[in-house]
Ligand binder design. Structure first.
Ligand code: EPZ
Length: 418
């Protein structure tokens, strides 16, 4: 088991060029299947989940190579429509391949996706929406077989909740469909806009991405293009939390301020100074941190569930009592017991966590149970007194590119032990 060994208490200072967004790169890689020809995705993060997406493309017969943050795909000979269970289980977002494979071949066979354990993560909204687009779906023994006897036809879809993955799957299935598809109550996350931006650059007709109503007019074909993946707003939020936990000052380059406004507002409430300039955010945390009233995770533009754990790690040493309410996932507090091992005073009841700030956290042996929880333990360890060991680094590697190198470059005492 790989571990991060962190000697806490070093102020982080300097600049970080923020990696490409995992949650954008994955649907973009699926979308590459829909183009007739070669596509180059620049600023693609080098992460285990992204490599898993490349393996799915390869399994489907699509060329996908990866070098120096450029993923080059060519689906010319991609005739496959089956995704093996082994690859599906590697990550939750393997499910976005469903819409893309259907759009390309008119059929798809796959199993239920895996991914981090955050409580039940059904795909009922994805399947119900695809049925409305004319997809016939048969679920048997954990496999899902989809066919489109009359082709994919545009439809009006009202999502019961603005699910990110379901919105992506509908867009992917609808871009080459016959007629217009309208999604009401669509997810508004910046990653949806990035997907629409990429598909539009390939010749798709999509309006309203980033708003609650998205309209997709099916086109006959798409061509390849070169596109730059947006920067990772959650990685940026994580490094902001690391600055807060260590009383540091960081410049985060390449990330759009408006994409993480809900997070920067919380750091400001905690007493940090945050400046946005162009595509950079500067955070300075030279004063002691203050608790915040209540933070509830919400779909975008609300406070993101993916930033809940890392902000909690910073709040663990903020003066006073803060409250977090996790509204998106049922079970996203698995980092709490580990933070408590480091001396944090956090009590969880159902979806609510009350964080009573303590003066200092102490280094301890802790283990990541999921991606963002692992990042939170890293943040806590950076601010703690003494040495910590954060185990199960493979979870962190799913979403953070060489986290130890990035943190070391701004002054952290951190290394990976094998
Ligand atoms: C995306 O997951 C992200 N993953 C998640 O990031 C993120 O936490 C989440 O959106 C919310 O922002 C990727 O983009 C790859 P949802 P997704 O569908 O699409 C329920 C990270 O740490 N739901 O918006 O799976 C679901 O159970 C990850 O990077 C249904 O009930 O999220 C959840 O409670 C983890 N039925 C809620 O909706 C469905 O059919 C939100 O899920 C679909 C979802």
């Amino acid at each position: 088991m790989q571990r991060l060994i962190i000697k806490g208490g070093k102020r982080l200072c300097g600049e970080i060029r923020v990696q490409g967004a995992k949650n954008s790169a994955l649907p973009l890689l699926a979308a590459c299947l829909l183009a007739d020809g070669r596509t180059v995705l620049k600023h693609c993060p080098e992460l285990s989940d992204v490599f898993a997406a490349c393996r799915i493309l390869n399994e489907l017969g699509c060329k996908c190579s990866f070098r120096q943050h450029r993923a080059v795909t060519d689906p010319t000979s991609a005739e496959g429509y089956r995704i093996s269970e082994e690859l599906m289980l590697q990550m939750r977002s393997s499910i976005v391949f469903l819409g893309a494979v259907l759009g390309r071949t008119g059929r798809c066979e796959l199993s239920y996706p895996g991914g981090c354990e955050l409580g039940p993560r059904p795909i009922d909204m994805h399947l119900a929406a695809l049925r409305q687009l004319g997809v016939r779906i048969c679920e048997e023994h954990g496999r899902i077989s989809c066919t489109c006897p009359k082709g994919i036809k545009g439809a009006v879809i009202d999502l019961p909740f603005p699910s990110v993955g379901a919105t992506e799957n509908i867009i992917l299935a609808a871009v080459l469909a016959e007629g217009e598809t309208v999604i009401h109550n669509a997810a508004r996350e910046p990653e949806i806009e990035d997907l629409a931006g990429f598909l539009t650059a390939c010749g798709a007709d999509i309006r309203g991405a980033g708003c609650s109503t998205v309209r997709i007019n099916g086109v006959k074909k798409l061509h390849g293009c070169e596109y730059e993946v947006m920067s990772d707003r959650i990685a940026a939020a994580t490094y902001m939390a690391a600055a807060a936990a260590t009383g540091g000052e960081l410049g985060l380059l390449g990330v759009r301020c408006e994409d993480i406004h809900a997070v920067t507002a919380v750091f400001e409430e905690m007493g940090a100074a945050v400046y946005c300039h162009g595509n950079s955010i500067f955070i300075s945390c030279t004063r002691p941190l203050k608790a915040v009233g209540r933070i509830g995770t919400m779909p975008y533009p609300g406070f993101p569930t993916d930033a809940q754990a890392v902000v909690m790690a910073a709040l663990a040493t903020a003066k006073g009592s803060s409250m977090m309410v996790e509204n998106i996932f049922e079970s996203r507090y698995r980092h709490v017991d580990e933070l408590v091992r480091m001396g944090a005073d956090i009590k969880v009841s159902g979806r609510t966590a009350v964080i009573q700030g303590v003066k200092k956290l102490c280094g301890a042996n802790v283990r990541a149970h999921d991606l963002r929880g692992g990042a939170a333990l890293t943040v806590a360890a950076l601010g703690a007194e003494g040495v910590s060991s954060v185990g199960n680094v493979q979870y962190i590697d799913r979403g953070y590119e060489q986290i130890e190198r990035v943190l070391e470059s701004v002054g952290a005492d951190i290394h990976r032990a094998f």
